[in-house]
Ligand binder design. Sequence first.
Ligand code: S3P
Length: 185
Amino acid sequence: MDQDPSQHPPRTLVLIGFMGSGKSTIGRKLHEQLGYQLIDTDALIEERQGTSISQIFADQGEAAFRDMETALLKELATESPTNRIVSTGGGIILREENRQLLRDMGFVVWLKAPASEILERTGRNDDRPLLQTEDPKAAIKAMMSERKSLYKEAAHLKLDTGELNIEEACAGILECASYHFTQNS
Ligand code: S3P
């Protein structure tokens, strides 16, 4: 992708995908490579609420958290455009309104990893309330199959990260984003 921001109007790259699919890691790498602002919706919600996602789920419930996600997306959709990478929470695609907001915002990349890898990565910490169950593997499989069509609907690009290293994943995203923005400018 043309990395000189003065050569094009502001661009937004949006990363969606299941918990543990690599959104934060790839978001940080793209931020380093492009110098675009990095917005992590979970981190921003935690900062504004002054507490963790787990605590928000425990105190206010999932629906309240989903309202926070939608409110934040609306805010991001209306703020004056800058070059940015928006890395999202895995359930942000659950609401139709959010899927539309994401697509309108920029180029949406669905990062997809196999369930075994997701289990391995998410098992390293206990900060994901939806996986605090007796059988996280079954929960992951059920949610993945429920959400698959929603990720697909929201995304411009699906990228299987299972076989790729981080450099290859970023290169693939940048090449496809460049094409997308050229076609839609
Ligand atoms: C969620 C994913 C989490 C976080 C919350 C709910 C989900 O974000 O938003 O725990 O519903 O999949 P990550 O995908 O960054 O783990």
